[in-house]
Write a protein that binds this ligand. Structure first.
Ligand SMILES: NC(=O)C1=CN([C@@H]2O[C@H](COP(=O)(O)OP(=O)(O)OC[C@H]3O[C@@H](n4cnc5c(N)ncnc54)[C@H](OP(=O)(O)O)[C@@H]3O)[C@@H](O)[C@H]2O)C=CC1
Ligand SMILES: [Fe+3]
Length: 412
């Protein structure tokens, strides 16, 4: 981690270009931050711009001071923790023990644990990071918060998707204080109960696209089933019955016949749970009763199933667009021409083929246009959230979380 100081996520120039970050009102509540990494810098910027007075504790304040807004005071750890009542611990778990010498000064204060474990650490340690911090500082109140907010989201301000800050602690008052701070910073606090929930909160950024797992498995399962059926029908059956070798159809033609089958079934699976839910409500005579779990999950996955259906439909359009590129298609054309000459016909016009190609081409162009529009509107924010130079595992997970929160579950 040591070299990371040289590549700050936010530069001083950028921070100070915002006039509101240059000075802090006199009576602003004081907040301490231990650590001077990415998270500490983004947090300091957001706190200062939300009207807090920030004091940062670093092992080497001289080296790091230039990376913080000038309104934030950067000093040694001992000095930084002396006056604020709330101190954010923006340090990795493995370095918590190096803070033990501050124990006396920290006594009676609120420590906010913002850390995220890696998947390996999460499996290895049965105690959450927050509970571990609480065991090292028994005289402090530990609150778990802000770990699901990436440094980038903190820096650029809360946006629609990732506004929620999950908070847990054993002390109600401390939880309230941090909730109010989160609110002042523009986030939405969400009470997750006692500190025992910290492990659950720490696991959230580790889950990669959780609500996509079932729809993707479903789509793959359907694809395998339909592919097997189409393979038997279009390739195996002609081979067994008439000894026709049509195995060349496997990579393109059979796949292309399979794609719309999957797309249609997935599309029907988007609408079916709504109909079932309506029927259930009519039967029960009320809409104020919980749906069974299976129906509830199904309803919540409709958006993902619908997007996958759209994806398979688009793939079908692209595959169909490629069909005339095949050599077999050229042979068919030549054979048709020969047949035409032999039959003495003057004009060959296969109406169905013509329409098919016209429609596929227009769908292909529409799809490409939609994709280009999506790329233009959403790529900058994704690229922004990737801190390319300091690309860490946890950040990848957080991007997935951000996307996940932005996509959200379908309307229940
Ligand atoms: N980056 C992100 O997007 C997010 C990070 N987090 C969490 O925030 C915490 C900090 O992350 P991040 O800022 O990215 O990490 P960095 O590596 O960028 O910063 C860690 C900081 O820890 C401080 N530190 C204190 N004691 C030690 C020590 N003994 N050895 C090494 N460093 C020490 C260092 O500051 P100094 O040298 O000045 O003492 C260093 O700058 C982590 O727990 C992480 O899980 C949570 C959500 C998002
Ligand atoms: Fe088709």
């Amino acid at each position: 981690m040591s070299g990371e100081m040289d590549k700050p996520l936010i530069s001083r120039r950028l921070v100070d270009s915002d006039g509101s970050l240059a000075e802090v009102p006199n009576k602003a509540p004081k907040v301490g931050i231990l650590g001077s990494g990415d998270f500490a810098r983004s947090l300091a910027t957001r706190l200062v711009s939300s009207g807090f007075s920030v004091v940062v504790g670093s092992r080497n304040p001289k080296r790091t001071a230039g990376l913080f807004p000038s309104a934030a005071q950067v000093t040694f750890q001992e000095e930084a923790v002396s006056s604020p009542q709330v101190i954010f611990v923006a340090v990795f778990r493995e370095h918590y023990s190096s803070l033990c010498s501050l124990g006396d000064q920290l006594a009676g204060k609120i420590l906010v644990d913002v850390s995220n474990p890696t998947e390996k650490e999460h499996l290895q340690n049965h105690q959450s990071n927050a509970e571990y911090l609480a065991s090292l500082f028994p005289a402090c109140t530990v609150v778990k918060a802000f770990n699901v907010i990436s440094a980038w989201a903190l820096q650029s301000g809360p946006r629609d998707g990732n506004r929620q800050v999950l908070i847990c602690s054993d002390q109600l008052e401390a939880k309230h204080t941090i909730s109010e701070m989160a609110r002042t910073m523009g986030f939405t606090p969400l009470d997750m109960g006692s500190l025992a929930s910290a492990r659950e909160i720490e696991a959230i950024p580790l889950r990669l696209f959780p609500s996509w797992k079932v729809p993707i498995l479903l789509a793959l399962g359907l694809f395998v089933c339909f592919y097997a059926y189409n393979f038997i029908r279009d390739v195996l059956h002609p081979y067994v019955r008439k000894h026709e070798n049509k195995f060349y159809k496997m990579p393109l033609s059979v796949v292309n016949t399979t794609l719309p089958c999957v797309a249609y079934v997935m599309l029907s699976l988007v609408y079916l749970p709504g109909v079932l839910a309506a029927a259930l409500q009519l039967r029960r005579g009320t809409k104020y009763q919980r749906f069974p779990d299976w129906l509830d999950h199904w309803l919540q996955h409709r958006k993902q199933i619908g997007l996958l259906s759209f994806f398979f439909g688009m793939l079908h359009a692209l595959y169909s667009f490629c069909l005339p590129l095949r050599r077999s298609h050229r042979y068919d054309l030549v054979n048709l021409a020969v047949k035409q000459v032999l039959d003495n016909k003057t004009r060959l016009w296969v109406e169905e083929e013509v329409w098919r190609m016209e429609i596929y081409l227009s769908m292909g162009v529409l799809a490409l246009g939609t994709l280009a529009l999506l790329a233009v509107t959403s790529l900058p924010s994704i690229a922004n959230s990737l801190n390319w130079k300091e690309f860490s595992f946890v950040q990848v997970k957080q991007i997935s979380l951000e996307l996940q929160l932005q996509l959200g579950p379908g309307p229940a």
